[in-house]
Design a protein around this ligand. Structure first.
Ligand code: SF4
Length: 303
């Protein structure tokens, strides 16, 4: 099943100090159970930087030790976490215990004295209010009581290639960064591969046989109803299998689910034929990005 998981529990360095809360037992259980983790960090989603001052709940407010009110950012992050849960078809959430965002059932009391009291973090509270089963790294084994994941047919049993699996996440997950590093930096020589858009874009990774194989990102464009797709890459061992078209089609499906009507992208001119075959039409003149000719292409999504 797809599970929303606190990103810090998966080893992503998004906690206030810049470190993580990697939980090897949880990661192992997710992998062995065939579950797909959708990483989320509500505080980063809410626009807070990393590192950032620690904060705790005081009633309905969230404040730092210095007294700064960060309630709005925590609420924004909670709403983004709920949207991601729904978008990815998750069935439960496993969140970091005691956190003012992710804590479930027990949080710090707002005195910054390591005193814990009954309560939920802002994101956990919103998820629970919307019917989401929320667990923590301390009781995730209770997940065994939920429906078992459907096991995909293996190549040997079915005599066919394994079906691709998709994981959509924000912030930039390690597998997406790895693919882009391999393809755009090491193979193609781009120096400015990672940018500020990576902080806010959705990152879609295609897994084949459990291996990260292809990636793209998307984010809202300036024109209402338009989304920009970019950084589409397929790792070398997975080419000539149609995975580029599959990850693009999945991105289009997710964009349509968000209400998007049109996809715009800056295609490398040498890849223009690929995008033409996916229904994109060129717009305007060619231009250079890091000395590489590009052209804008667009596609109107079906109603
Ligand atoms: Fe971890 Fe949640 Fe805090 Fe992010 S908000 S660092 S995911 S506990």
């Amino acid at each position: 099943m797809n599970l929303l998981v606190s990103a810090c529990l998966l080893g992503i360095g998004c906690k206030y100090s810049g470190g993580d809360n990697l939980c090897p037992a949880l990661v192992s259980a997710l992998q062995s159970g065939g579950h797909t983790a959708v990483p989320v960090c509500p505080e980063v989603y809410g626009g807070l930087p990393t590192p950032r001052p620690p904060a705790e709940r005081r009633g309905s407010r969230v404040v730092t030790e210095a007294g700064a009110d960060v309630t709005a950012q925590y609420r924004k992050g909670a709403e983004a976490a709920l949207a991601l849960y729904r978008l990815c078809g998750c069935q439960a959430a496993v969140l970091k215990a005691n956190s003012p965002s992710c804590g479930c059932g027990c949080i710090y009391d707002g005195s910054f004295t390591h005193t814990r009291v009954p309560g939920d973090g802002v994101a956990a509270q919103l998820l629970k209010a919307n019917g989401v089963p929320v667990f923590t790294e301390e009781n995730f084994t209770d997940l065994h009581g939920l429906a078992a994941p459907a096991s995909p047919a293996s190549e040997n049993e079915a005599g066919q290639s394994p079906a691709p699996e998709f994981v959509l996440s924000n912030p930039l997950p390690p597998d997406a960064a790895r693919i882009r590093q391999e393809v755009f930096v090491q193979e193609q020589g781009f120096a400015e591969e990672f940018d500020s858009i990576d902080r806010t874009a959705w990152h879609l990774v295609l897994y084949r046989g459990g291996q990260p194989a292809a990636v793209c990102r998307f984010f809202p464009g300036e024109e209402p109803g338009s989304y920009t797709v970019g950084r589409l890459a397929v790792r070398r061992p997975f080419r000539k299998m149609g995975l580029g078209a599959q990850v693009l089609a999945e991105a289009e499906r997710r964009i349509a689910a968000l209400g998007g009507k049109k996809v715009v992208l800056a295609a490398q001119v040498r890849a223009g034929g690929f995008y033409l075959r996916q229904g994109y039409a060129p717009r305007g003149e060619e231009f250079l990005e890091e000395y590489c000719p590009h052209i804008q292409m667009e596609k109107t999504l079906a109603e």
